[in-house]
Design a protein around this ligand. Structure first.
Ligand code: IPE
Ligand code: IPE
Ligand code: MG
Length: 247
């Protein structure tokens, strides 16, 4: 399939983050259980991953399960965890064929053993792939991530590895799960909700936000391209005036 000719390949974001929302509502519209929505959301994950890889985007982060999502009915949590295991398993060959490296951020140790092991083995298995890096946010909470970072920094001050005076804005990201990953320039959220839901709050400080009413299982390759086209029309000023940018 061809790429979208409206997209300027010289002005691509390096990192796109997505809050995949609306699986439950989509399933309800179809008269099905919520799990049916999650199962159908996998197709959208695959389409976006392929589209991002074809464009040459370097990082794609997908919010797959939040720390707060543990509070959902146990049956739904279980279904999401088994879907994670089966999807990683069935997609591993495709990831390698497309040279996609898998990574994960979040409180991964809180995942059920089977999930954790499957995830770690896929991460290890794809670690030398050098096209797109697909980052899954699992049991992820931005507040928790920043809390872990604060503790680790305090610990390094106590053991003498760093001094308080050496702590700068560049220090904090080194202690986040996303150290070594550039901040996303674009964040997409589906399903018409206009909120961050505890996702990458430090990293999204200057991201362009793109919202669409489409529910996640309806989100397709072309919708991903639309978001990139929209992003490329934005003027990213970083506090400066518009005139300063063209000087
Ligand atoms: C997003 O869809 C998937 C996860 C949070 C795991 P939802 O399950 O939140 O769907 P809605 O928001 O209830 O429609
Ligand atoms: C955010 O979606 C988390 C994921 C997409 C995994 P939710 O549907 O859980 O978000 P809220 O709770 O409605 O904000
Ligand atoms: Mg939701």
């Amino acid at each position: 399939m061809s790429l979208d000719s409206r997209i300027n390949l010289q002005k691509l974001p390096k990192h796109v983050a997505i809050i995949m929302d609306g699986n439950g509502r989509w399933a309800k519209q179809q008269g099905e259980q919520r799990v049916f929505g999650h199962q159908n959301g996998v197709r959208s994950v695959k389409e976006c991953t392929e589209a991002a890889a074809e464009l040459g985007i370097e990082y794609l982060t997908m919010y797959a399960f939040s720390a707060e999502n543990w509070n959902r009915p146990q049956e739904e949590v279980n279904a999401l965890m088994s879907l994670l295991v089966s999807t990683i398993n069935s997609e591993l060959d495709t990831l390698n064929k497309n040279k996609i490296r898998l990574m994960a951020i979040g409180d991964l140790k809180s995942l059920p053993n089977e999930c954790y092991n499957e995830l770690m083995s896929a991460i290890d298995n794809t670690k030398n792939n050098d096209r797109l890096t697909l980052v899954l946010a699992l049991s992820y909470s931005s507040k928790q991530e920043i809390t872990f970072a604060a503790k680790a920094i305090a610990n390094d001050v106590l053991n003498g590895a760093i001094s308080i005076d050496s702590i700068t804005e560049e220090t904090i990201p080194k202690y986040l799960f996303t150290s070594n990953i550039p901040d996303p320039e674009l964040m997409i959220r589906t399903s018409g909700e206009h909120r961050i839901s505890n996702f990458l709050m430090w990293q999204l400080s200057y991201a362009e936000l793109y919202f669409t009413d489409k529910l996640w299982p309806e989100f397709e390759r072309q919708d991903f391209f639309d978001a990139i086209v929209d992003y490329q029309k934005r003027e990213r000023r970083f506090g400066k005036t518009s005139e300063q940018l063209t000087e």
